[in-house]
Ligand binder design. Structure first.
Ligand SMILES: [Fe+2]
Length: 385
């Protein structure tokens, strides 16, 4: 049995088609895995799916999702088998309108104290790659290695990946307590003690071990992560840039994407240097960051937001883009933050827009108030939701 519907042609009529800079009414024809025709004549088409005036946008592109990790540990301390986790994650992303996803996998952890956890990225990637090889997944998956430099295991974990592993992004993270995302030490303490369920003494040990690891290995780890990105042919991203110095370092390293800058100052420095600015959809929807950093909304209002990532809530991707459409009064521009812009930042030229010859990746939705309800998702020409 095929993994999914393998229609070679899908016709979506009576649709509001979201192009790069405008919305047009007509019929979209997907054929042999590509966008084949955009027909504005208004003639009715037999064998078409009538969208009843609903919207069609380019399939969403997600560069940084923790969702697979969430499926691996659905509750704190509850570990789920990797294969079923990958399948559930794939179906969830497809259902949320995502047609290309970079699955974030953390590499680099502490080897002592309560901060330690067993390396899992290589084993998880094996499951993912074997499903891809057998054509069992609904959407296109690439790997995003999140390289933590405040770590003991990073170099070994990176060495386990090769150019065949579809690693498209390597981001360099530094979650040492007291800086970047966690420069508000009180918020860090609340977050970590809650997340890990640890007491004051265990928390203090974790802080001590982390700071020592950063001092001993931080610079060599960062060099190793950047070298790995080059070796794997991946785009390099920075994470939680807070100061202009952080952004200058990113520029010198050749980074093209800044994940979740924590201040307006850092975001502005990224813009000046041509680094794409990515913020989290949950931050946008909730009206603020859970770590107390700059709000995505504030960056959107200051025109300092290029890419939205669903981060830890896949369904937030479309909804947050629609929220931006309201804010900006410009639907095509808002949708570019979840399609064209992430495609460009990740170096993908064959997708991200509704245009002739692009991959047949689309999401159809019907507006309900400020939200969108997803009605149809086509990935690489195949109906997947
Ligand atoms: Fe972070």
């Amino acid at each position: 049995m095929p993994a999914h519907n393998t229609l070679s042609e899908t016709i979506l009529s009576n649709a509001q088609i979201i192009l790069e800079d405008e919305v047009v009414r007509g019929t979209l024809v997907l054929r042999d895995g590509k966008i084949a025709e955009i027909d504005l004549s208004g003639t009715s088409v037999t064998m078409a799916e009538d969208l009843g005036g609903g919207f069609v946008a380019a399939g969403l592109i997600e560069l940084h999702t923790d969702n697979l990790e969430r499926h691996l540990e659905p509750r704190p301390g509850v570990h789920w088998p990797k294969g079923p986790a990958v399948l559930a994650h794939d179906a969830e992303m497809a259902g949320c309108g995502v047609t290309t996803v970079f699955d974030a996998m953390r590499v680099g952890s502490l080897s002592t104290g309560r901060g330690k956890y067993a390396p899992f990225a290589r084993g998880l990637a094996d499951h993912l790659l074997s499903f891809i090889h057998d054509d069992k997944l609904k959407i296109k998956h690439l790997i995003h290695l999140r390289a933590e430099i405040c770590a003991h295991t990073l170099v070994d974990e990176l060495a386990a990946f090769s150019e065949q592993d579809r690693v498209g992004i390597v981001s360099v993270m530094d979650h040492t307590p007291g800086q970047r995302q966690f420069r508000d030490f009180k918020k860090y303490k609340t977050y970590i003690m809650g997340k890990r369920g640890i007491d004051e003494a265990a928390f203090q040990t974790l802080v001590d071990v982390s700071i020592k690891a950063r001092e001993d290995l931080g610079v060599s780890n960062e060099n190793a992560a950047c070298a790995a990105a080059v070796r794997l042919g991946a785009v390099m991203a920075s994470h939680d840039d807070t100061t202009v110095e952080h952004v200058e370092n990113s520029t010198n390293r050749g980074m093209r994407l800044a994940e979740f800058p924590t201040t307006v100052e850092a975001a502005r420095a990224c813009r000046e240097r041509g680094i794409a600015i990515m913020m989290g959809a949950p931050n946008l929807m909730r009206g603020g960051s859970h770590s107390g950093n700059v709000s995505a909304l504030e960056l959107a209002q200051q025109d300092l937001l290029d890419v939205i990532s669903s981060d830890y809530v896949p369904a937030a991707l479309l909804q947050s883009a629609l929220m931006l459409a309201n804010l900006w009064g410009d639907l095509p521009r808002a949708m570019r933050t979840v399609s064209t812009n992430p495609a460009a930042a990740a170096g993908l030229q064959d997708r991200g827009q509704i245009a002739i010859g692009q991959r047949a990746d689309v999401v159809c939705y019907e507006p309900i108030g400020d939200m969108g309800v997803i009605r149809r998702v086509v990935s690489d020409g195949k109906i997947v939701a």
